[in-house]
Design a protein. Structure first.
Length: 69
């Protein structure tokens, strides 16, 4: 998964769940503006951290899908 794909997936989650990118950034990265910084190319993320963040995002997506059903 590229960083662009990751940001797109995060934005799609935000839209479906009705939360802001700032909220998701805080939930996933413990920093309210890290997703914005990643999207602008002003920051980077390590592979291990990205894997943990992807697992957390998948859990949020799963919870949202269960609530929608």
């Amino acid at each position: 998964m590229t960083l662009t794909d990751f940001i797109s997936r995060c934005d799609a989650y935000c839209l479906r769940a009705g939360v802001s990118r700032v909220w998701l950034s805080k939930a996933l990265l413990a920093n309210t503006y890290q997703l914005d910084r990643l999207a602008r190319g002003e920051a980077d993320i390590g592979i291990r951290r990205m894997n943990k963040v992807l697992e957390a995002l998948a859990a949020l997506e799963s919870d949202a899908a269960k609530q929608a059903a």
